[in-house]
Ligand binder design. Structure first.
Ligand SMILES: Cc1cc2nc3c(=O)[nH]c(=O)nc-3n(C[C@H](O)[C@H](O)[C@H](O)COP(=O)(O)OP(=O)(O)OC[C@H]3O[C@@H](n4cnc5c(N)ncnc54)[C@H](O)[C@@H]3O)c2cc1C
Length: 303
């Protein structure tokens, strides 16, 4: 209750105060800081996916600026030799303002990544975006078969059908690539599972479909029972390492992360950075008020 209250009022606190604990979850404000964190993770045999923070935009000028930021990021990250790819949120490029403009911006980013044999993951946003983001992915996957992937959310009732609906794009040469997560937005009950057990059951059902059908999957979770369920399925289908990896958010459950890496599985960490970290952090706290305990720790440990 106390944590929830703090999470609700935190957006009104000074930025410097919020940064005290947010720095555990955000790699920094600048590309240089993101590069430093990525190198550190790479040195532990962990890949990254880089995300420039900032989601909802009000006009298409912001979309243009966001595209430029990604093009620069790709250039710098490739030059630095980072072992990693990139994640984009289509609403940052105007998905809900003009989907054609959004497509053109993301196409340019995918083309840039493709020129380095790299890869762009399209994050999945809330349900008004689901169909649009699947369409966007289908279009880009057709043109850049090896350079683009999509996120799907186990809490949406439609997800298994969505995965099956894209199966025509799967091939042994260039498999489909999904990131499977639970889903982070608050969705209506009519279209989403709400209970922890139900979400986990569907997560494993979606995962089994992907592994059984040789679809590449990023198993994105910090939930130990799901990680164990994934281990079982990987054994059951004798899945080769090039068809799956585990994924986690920067700063979350590092012990579980290291134990997965120590067992020899591939791991990729989602590394968010950018000037717009404040909105990202206050949103994360509303999702998981337990994170507020970290603020309290930060106050005591960091003065
Ligand atoms: C790499 C990656 C990319 C993602 N991309 C998307 C996306 O594109 N679209 C989308 O809707 N969602 C995305 N998510 C978020 C995801 O949908 C979940 O909301 C989030 O991962 C929490 O679910 P969980 O599977 O870890 O299980 P949970 O049951 O929520 O958590 C399990 C345990 O993990 C720990 N934990 C989980 N989250 C946090 C946190 N933020 N801070 C501290 N501890 C935590 C807690 O100890 C918790 O008990 C992504 C997640 C990851 C890991």
């Amino acid at each position: 209750m106390f944590n929830k209250l703090i999470a609700a009022i935190l957006p009104y606190f000074p930025k410097k105060f919020v940064w005290l604990f947010s720095s555990s979850y955000i790699s920094g404000e600048t590309v240089d800081e993101a590069m430093r964190v990525s190198k550190e993770l790479n040195s532990k045999k962990i890949n990254v996916t880089l995300d420039v923070l900032g989601e909802f935009i009000k006009n298409l000028d912001e979309a243009e600026a966001n595209k430029k930021e990604y093009l620069d990021l790709i250039e710098i990250s490739q030059r630095t030799g980072i072992d990693g790819n990139y994640s984009v949120k289509p609403t940052s490029f105007g998905l809900l303002i003009d989907k054609e403009v959004c497509y053109k911006h993301i196409r340019e980013i995918v083309a840039k990544a493709a020129s380095y044999n790299n890869f762009i993951r399209i994050d999945m946003e809330d349900s008004p975006c689901t169909t649009l983001e699947i369409e966007l992915f289908r279009r880009l996957k057709t043109e850049f078969p090896a350079n683009v992937g999509l996120v799907v959310q186990a809490y949406l009732k439609r997800t298994l059908d969505d995965i099956k609906g894209l199966a025509d794009l799967n091939s042994p040469e260039v498999p489909l690539s999904f990131r499977l997560c639970k889903g982070i937005y608050v969705e209506p009950e009519a279209i989403s599972y709400k209970k922890y057990e139900e979400i986990n059951e569907h997560y494993l059902e979606d995962l089994e479909y992907m592994l059984a059908n040789k679809i590449h999957v990023g198993i994105a979770t910090h939930d130990k029972p799901l990680v164990e369920g994934a281990f079982e399925l990987i054994r059951k289908y004798n899945v080769p390492k090039n068809l799956y990896e585990f994924q986690m958010l920067y700063g979350v459950t590092p012990k579980l992360r290291d134990s997965i890496v120590n067992e020899g599985h591939n791991m990729r960490i989602y590394v968010p950075f950018g000037e717009k970290w404040f909105g990202y952090c206050t949103r994360r706290m509303k999702e998981n008020p337990r994170m507020v305990q970290d603020i309290i720790k930060a106050i005591f440990y960091k003065g």
